[in-house]
Design a protein around this ligand. Sequence first.
Ligand code: NAD
Length: 241
Amino acid sequence: LTDLSGKTAIVTGGARGQGAAEVRLLAECGARVLICDVLDQDGAALAANLGEAARFLRLDVTSAEGWADAIRTCRDWTGRLDVLVNNAGIINRTLIADTTPEAWRRLLDVNLTGAFLGIQAAAPLMAEGGGGAIINISSNSAFSGHADPAYTASKWGLRGLTRSAAMEYAAQNIRVNAVCPGLIVTDLNRASPHLQPMIDLTPARRSGEAEEVAQLVLYLASPAARFVTGEDFLIDGGFIA
Ligand code: NAD
C-alpha cells in the first residue's frame, strides 16, 4: 500500500467528481489534503467527513491572491506541500462559431492559467521540503479534437505546460506529469448527449470511474514514480479518436 503519511497535498476542484475521489484516496493513504474549490458546501462536507486528514479552502484557481492564501494555509497547517493536483476544470460545449471571447477567456483562465498559477505558487514550498509531485489533469481530447475548441485548446495547453514545468523544476526535485482521462461520468458531463457515442468508441465498452483516475494520480504522487516526469498518461479504456 502506498504510504503518504507526513505528506501534504492540494487538490483543486476537490469538492466533487474526480477531484473528490483523488482527495479520498490520498487521505486514505495517509496524506493531509487541502481541498480547494469554489463549491463551499460540498468541499466543507467532504473535509468534515475526512476529519483530521482534510481541510477545505475556498479557492478560485484563477486568482493569484487565492493561491497565495492556499500556500499560506498549508504552511500554517503542516509546514509543507508535497503534492499538487491541478484538477479544477470547466467545459463550454460550444463550437467556435458560438463561443464568445469572454467564454473562451474564462475557460482558458480556469483550465490552463489556473494550473500555471498553482505551479508558480506551490513550487517554492515544495522545494523547501525537498521536492514534490505536480499532476495536471488534462484529457484524452488533448490527443485529438473535441467539439469544444476552448476545452481542447486548454487541455493541449496543459500538456505543454507540463513538459516545460518538468524541465524547469527537475533541479528542485519537483516532478510534473499530466493525466489524460477519457470518458468519466461525473457532474461535468452527466447531461451530455455524447456519452453513448463515446462509449461506442471505447474498446473497454464503458466509461471510466473517478476512482480509477485517482489510482493513476496516486501513483504519480508517490515515490514509486520518482523517475517519471514531463509525461502524459492516457487513461481512457483504449478510446479510438
Ligand atoms: P466536475 O465538474 O465534477 O468537477 C470539477 C470541479 O472543479 C468542481 O468541483 C468545480 O466546482 C471545480 N471548479 C470549477 N471551476 C473552478 C475554479 N475556478 N476554481 C476552483 N475550482 C473550480 O468534473 P470532473 O469530471 O470531476 O472533472 C475534473 C477534471 O477532469 C477537469 O479538469 C476535467 O476537465 C477533467 N476531465 C474530465 C473528464 C470526464 O469525462 N469527466 C474527462 C477528461 C478530463
